[in-house]
Design a protein around this ligand. Structure first.
Ligand code: AHR
Length: 497
């Protein structure tokens, strides 16, 4: 282990953009044990009167999710939303083709809205563009958002929900560029269908915001042409354009893996440039922003076939320290790109590809839970444009990269600031000076750190608290400067006023 030094220059006048609160969103899909045995588990001693898991909801509240996307995912493209509303005894058991599972439909749109209310988050619903029609998309908007007095709104009332749900955010399909998608479409066909669906949906409720499907990742052979074509067609009727990405460390190359934010930023920049191109080509005054509505680490358990069982154990990924450090950096990217990125949803919030795992009578918080929790609670106001002078180390995939990956926020109303620093060096403690060039704080409010020696260390049912975020001693502010020692493989979050 060795030591090195770095400087981070901060100026609260040097802002990037408002941080959209919707950057701290989640995703619930009918896949594996996310819904059943995850958020909804009437058989658990921990369930409330509605069958919702109280321990899961408590953890989700701690993470302060601002928005929740539902019901899929690949599941969406074969889903008939009518199966999931009305008396539970009448709901059909179906073979669910995306994950080859049995769907009981005991949890559907209205239960999801109740769940969102219980955890104080906004719902983001999705309409089926695979087997679904533009008519069924419009009908679902009426069912959810129209006042009573017409067929679909009255049906909602007859199901016990007289007041409209007022769902603001709507995804128009899911990953329609993917050949794996039920009802996959070419870009032009999807763009035309999405345009017509979004038109009907907005005629039902002009206040809604719609999300167009973009490329499923930056390795798709059709990327980014798919995005350009779909955007140029549907531009005027959509408000966000989605991107998805699942990170992998198959090669077991920690240094390269921890430098992945380079690719993540390039991905955002390319799609942002495509947005600008489409806007110019359309001669439009309308703006479309990015919605990164599926993101997570996913490569250790990719199981996706349920063998026609209910709530199968699929893709229950185990997360380690290096994953938690990547998650923290991913959120740093969100702040640094907050001018164009306005929505993001981690996929998913429990059991499936998630840092929360349930047993009938307990809940395990994996280490990356804490990376998200710290940032969703502390990042507020505007993102700051920082100047970082950091020592560097070699990586196989990206050449030399800085040890430090940093973002910061400044909330003018309260005068508070927050700084988020990942030291991705595996060997060097970085003695870091924070230097304010404007808006120096008076004091440090809280300092949190997540750190360890072993990038592969992970929490388990046997050792649930091996890795957690710990409150550490606050450094003092002296002459507009702070000195911080950042251990190797660490994430430090500091709030100041
Ligand atoms: O989140 C798991 C799956 O990953 C989603 O269903 C799909 O959209 C993506 O490919």
């Amino acid at each position: 282990m060795t030591d090195s030094t770095a400087k981070i220059f901060i100026d609260t006048h040097r802002t990037i953009a408002d941080i959209s609160p919707l950057l701290f969103g989640g995703f619930v899909e009918h896949m594996g044990r996310c819904v059943y045995e995850g958020i909804y588990d009437p058989a658990s001693p921990l369930a409330d009167a509605n069958g919702l898991r109280t321990d899961v909801m408590e953890a989700l509240r701690e993470q302060k999710y601002s928005v929740m996307r539902y019901p899929g995912g690949n599941f969406l493209s074969g889903y008939n939303w009518l199966d999931g509303v009305g008396p539970k005894a009448d709901r059909p058991r179906r073979r669910e083709l995306a994950w080859q599972s049995i769907e009981t439909n005991q949890f559907g749109t209205n239960e999801f809205i109740d769940f969102c209310k219980a955890i104080n988050t906004k719902p983001m619903l999705a309409v089926n563009m695979g087997t679904g029609t533009i008519e069924s998309a419009g009908n679902l908007v009426e069912y959810c958002n129209a006042p009573t007095g017409s067929y679909w709104a009255d049906l909602r009332a007859s199901h016990g929900y007289r007041d409209p749900h007022a769902v603001e955010y709507w995804c128009v399909g899911n990953e329609m560029d993917g050949p794996w998608q039920i009802g996959h479409l070419e870009a032009e066909a999807y763009g035309l269908k999405a345009l017509e669906a979004a038109k009907m949906m907005k005629w039902q409720d002009p206040s809604i915001k719609t999300v167009l499907c973009g490329s499923s990742n930056d390795r798709m052979p059709t990327y980014p042409e798919w995005d350009r074509v779909a955007l140029e067609i549907a531009w005027e009727k959509v408000d966000y354009h989605s991107i998805h990405y699942y990170a992998q460390n198959q090669e077991d190359d920690t240094a390269s893996y921890l430098a992945l934010p380079i690719d993540l930023e390039n991905y955002v920049d390319t799609v942002a440039a495509t947005l600008r191109y489409a806007k110019a080509k359309r001669r439009s005054k309308h703006d479309v922003y990015l919605s990164w509505d599926e993101w997570q680490v996913w490569y250790k358990d990719r199981s996706g076939r349920g063998n026609w069982t209910e709530a199968p154990h699929l893709s229950e990924e185990i997360y380690n320290l290096e994953d938690a450090l990547l998650v923290a950096q991913w959120l740093n990217v969100f702040l640094r790109k907050s001018d164009v990125l306005k929505v993001a949803c981690v996929a998913q919030v429990v059991n499936i590809i998630s840092w929360l795992h349930t047993r009938k009578d307990g809940l395990l918080k994996q280490v990356s839970f804490y990376s998200f929790q710290l940032m969703s609670n502390m990042a507020k106001g505007k993102a700051l444009d920082l100047l970082v002078q950091s020592p560097r180390h070699a990586t196989q995939r990206y050449g030399d990269v800085p040890h430090l990956d940093v973002s910061a926020s400044y909330d003018e109303a309260s005068g508070s600031q927050a700084l988020f620093v990942v030291n991705r060096s595996q060997t060097e403690t970085v003695h870091t000076e924070l230097v304010w060039q404007g808006g120096a704080p008076q004091r440090v409010q809280e300092t949190w750190q997540l750190a360890g020696n072993d990038p592969k260390a992970a929490n388990s049912w046997e050792q649930p608290n091996l890795l957690t975020a710990k409150k550490i001693a606050n450094p003092s502010v002296q002459d507009g400067k702070i000195a911080l020692s950042l251990p190797p493989l660490s994430f430090t979050a500091i709030s100041l006023a």
